[in-house]
Design a binder for this molecule. Structure first.
Ligand code: PLP
Length: 381
């Protein structure tokens, strides 16, 4: 690689949200409209998102954590076992515990870091009700295999696609495959709002129940009531039918989301282009293992995670050169509060110590990527 004189003025972060003037305009429009809460923009975003992923229905929430919580609630997992991955943000597994269900950890595949279907099969018992799969880094889990296992054992597959907005699995968009798929719109996710989440699904009764549960159990939301034909008499009427949560989103976030959804194909393409630059620039280094890209998927490329033995050494070297790195994730069964559910998971326990997340976000420039590549190459030079 040629010598490059670029040096960053500011440290390069691992992730950074991306926006243009359109998001600012969209927020201003909602502020001026006088309707800031959940309303027409939210409904429009749900419809557009469902169309985008090819799902019959989409129900928005204020986070993926809330989406995972309620997906498992409508799946009826209370008291049952849910087979899950340790290689995730802890919300995935908290959602199981929120439902008073039991997380049963299965090991991961060493290359994709996704849940290992063979280990899932070993962990199935008569008490198993669901499988929770995360699309790590945007690369879909082995969804056909997981669906086949789920069907064979009468289990429900729930997909945590927090990293995978815009990912495609064997020609089908993520969000249209599992019975329920949960997305995150956290600030550094591929489609970012202030915070937010979505469940895409096909079952209208589940969707209806999620809509009730996201709004404290009320059977009719404020916007729908304000739109009633007989508004003058009955607009204030509703019932509370079960103990719900304050999990709904609002039109300010939905307005940002609508713009971000339009940008998503381009921003995901930029993420993949950056990943291709890393692949080309680091591919010959025998001390680094690059992320695998399965040929039958298009990844949203939420992150770029390398595997190497001296992970902390390289992280320190990059920090000295104004390059931030991350580590995703400490296997969840190693957390103090998950000790009661811990079981030996040799691949996760070996591999997490070797993971390093390099900077990847749409506004990362080619110069910055080349600088990162060259700085990594100099580490062992
Ligand atoms: C894999 C995974 N699942 C769930 C979550 C929770 O998402 P949120 O922050 O929208 O609740 C995150 C993100 O932070 C995540 O990375």
């Amino acid at each position: 690689m040629t010598d490059h004189s670029y040096s960053p003025a500011q440290p390069i972060p691992v992730f950074r949200p991306f926006h243009g003037e359109e998001e600012i305009e969209a927020v201003a429009e909602v502020l001026r409209s006088g309707w800031w809460g959940q309303g027409p923009k939210t409904a429009e975003f749900e419809q557009r998102f469902a169309e985008f992923v090819g799902a019959p229905l989409a129900v928005s929430l204020n986070s993926a954590t809330a989406a995972l919580h309620l997906a498992l609630t409508v799946a009826g997992v209370e008291g049952a076992e849910v087979i899950t991955t340790p290689m995730t943000f802890v919300s995935t597994n908290h959602a199981i515990l929120y439902n008073r269900a039991i997380p049963v950890f299965a090991d991961i595949q060493a290359d994709t870091l996704n849940i290992d279907p063979d280990d899932i099969e070993r962990k199935i018992t008569p008490r198993t009700r669901a499988i929770m799969a995360v699309d790590y880094g945007g690369q879909p889990a082995d969804l056909d295999r997981l669906q086949a296992i789920a069907q064979a054992h009468n289990l429900l597959l729930i997909e945590d696609a927090a990293h995978a907005a815009g990912s495609i699995y064997k020609g089908r968009p993520v969000g249209s495959i599992a019975p329920m798929t949960c997305f995150s719109f956290h600030p550094v996710k591929n489609l970012a709002t202030g915070d937010g989440g979505m469940i895409t699904l096909g079952d209208p009764e589940w969707a209806e129940r999620v809509r009730r549960l996201r709004w404290v159990g009320i059977n009719k939301d404020t916007w729908v009531r304000s739109d009633d034909a007989d508004e003058s008499r009955y607009a204030w009427q509703y019932d509370v039918t079960e103990l719900g949560f304050k999990y709904h989103t609002n039109d300010i976030m939905a307005a940002i989301a609508l713009v971000q959804l339009q940008r998503l194909p381009q921003t995901n393409a930029r993420r993949r282009a950056i990943a291709a630059m890393y692949d080309a620039g680091l591919g010959d280094l025998d001390w680094i293992q690059l992320p695998v890209h399965r040929p039958d998927v298009v990844s949203a490329q939420h992150n770029y995670v390398i595997h190497l033995d001296n992970r902390d050494g390289l992280a320190g070297w990059l920090r000295e050169h104004k390059i931030a790195t991350g580590m995703h994730y400490i296997p969840n069964h190693l957390y103090a509060m998950y000790r009661p559910y811990a079981t030996p998971l040799p691949v996760a326990e070996r591999e997490w110590k070797r993971l390093l997340t390099l900077p990847l976000f749409p506004a990362l420039t080619d110069d910055e990527v080349i600088y990162i590549i060259e700085t990594i190459r100099r580490y062992h030079a």
